[in-house]
Design a protein around this ligand. Structure first.
Ligand code: ZN
Length: 353
């Protein structure tokens, strides 16, 4: 791809979103130093409310990957939610705040009981949902060394409790399909995998396949119809929107976000637009990247305009050296209203503006 093309085209970058926005997929993970800056960014671009999905954790970057440990939900409520009323909400990972190299549990039923206890406590303190990291099904093992799958029935009481408490479960399963193939130059994820080698799951002896992870996810959501699941990153199959459409058709208890996947949607703009309109009541907005004016405005440009041939962000929120360029999908105002705000309010059963 040429670094500098000669195409002349208009740039219509919105200063602010067309209507108030809820960023329902993001993370502070205990890093609350720059909150004043985040609030100024939100004010400037029209983000009414930001959800920290890992509000009870402390996340660090170690050896090329994220390591999640139990943090303080109280701290989140004191430093974020109460300091800026109405601007920040939080989910909890309950007992699932476990570093990837440690066993998720020794005793499964004790773990389920503990997770339920933490979930209840955090919900009573203001948590709006339960967040499950991609480590479930991919890396977490029990004390015997067996992988713990998303559809492991030993975890069922936790999903049932979320339904009883009337809070959604936001779950990340698998990752882009290219992460499961060898990280070679012909892999379209090569640039990303070269930068983040720990994100490669090509090792078949160690990691289940992408298809198996999605099958287990579908098992989980179809077995727990009373639980609402928010399936992050377009269920990690935005490369195959027909498959995602079937998942939505078959499971009325799920919603999806396309956080960190607009590059996937933006390279198939006609299909993506049709999809977003057809499932307008099932898709919520999220970015899952460090907040900046540029990042939010990029999202609004993609959803609101028909701008062509512009760069999507990398996972760190920067716009350098994109894998490919994308096209805006110019969604109608009523679809934007659902995507940006109404679906989040419906999912959380709460007025967020
Ligand atoms: Zn995330």
């Amino acid at each position: 791809m040429p670094r500098q093309g000669y195409l002349i085209r208009p740039e219509n970058i919105p200063e602010r979103a067309a209507c108030p926005v809820v960023d329902l997929h993001n993370h502070f993970s205990g890093n609350w130093e720059n909150l004043d800056d985040v609030v100024r960014i939100m004010d400037d671009v029209g983000v009414a409310c930001y959800c920290d999905l890992t509000a009870n954790t402390k996340v660090t970057w170690e050896e090329g990957g994220y390591v999640v440990r139990q943090g303080s939900f109280d701290g989140f409520m004191a430093n974020c939610a109460r300091r800026f009323p109405g601007r920040f909400i939080g989910f909890t990972t309950a007992g699932f705040a476990v570093p990837p190299h440690e066993p998720l549990f020794n005793d499964a039923s004790e773990f389920a009981d503990l997770s339920i206890e933490i979930l209840r406590r955090h919900v009573s303190q203001g948590a709006m949902g339960l967040k499950i990291l991609k480590d479930l099904g991919l890396v977490w093992r029990d004390s015997q060394g067996s992988l713990v799958n998303a559809d492991d029935t030993r975890l069922s009481p936790i999903w049932d409790e979320a339904a009883r408490l009337d809070v959604p479960v936001l779950i990340h399963q698998a990752d882009p399909v290219g992460f499961f193939d060898p990280p070679t130059p012909d892999n379209e994820q090569y640039k990303i995998l070269r930068e983040y080698p720990a994100w490669s799951f090509a090792d078949r002896a160690r990691y289940p396949r992408h298809d198996e992870l999605l099958a287990r996810l579908e098992n989980l959501i179809s077995r727990h119809r009373r639980t609402t699941f928010l399936v992050a990153h377009g269920a990690n199959c935005p490369e195959d929107l027909a498959r995602l459409a079937r998942m939505l058709d078959d499971n009325s208890n799920i919603f999806v976000d396309f956080s960190a996947r607009l590059d996937e949607l933006g390279r198939q703009p006609y299909s993506a637009r049709e999809f977003m309109i057809r499932y307008a009541d099932r898709i919520y907005f999220g970015t899952d990247m460090p907040s900046s004016r540029e990042l939010y405005r990029f999202h609004f440009r993609f959803f609101e305009t028909f701008d062509e041939w512009f760069a999507p962000p990398r996972p760190d929120g920067s716009f350098r050296d994109p894998r490919w360029l994308i096209h805006g999908i110019g969604l109608p105002p009523e679809v934007l209203d659902q995507l940006y705000l109404r679906n989040a309010e419906r999912i959380l059963n709460k007025c967020l503006t």
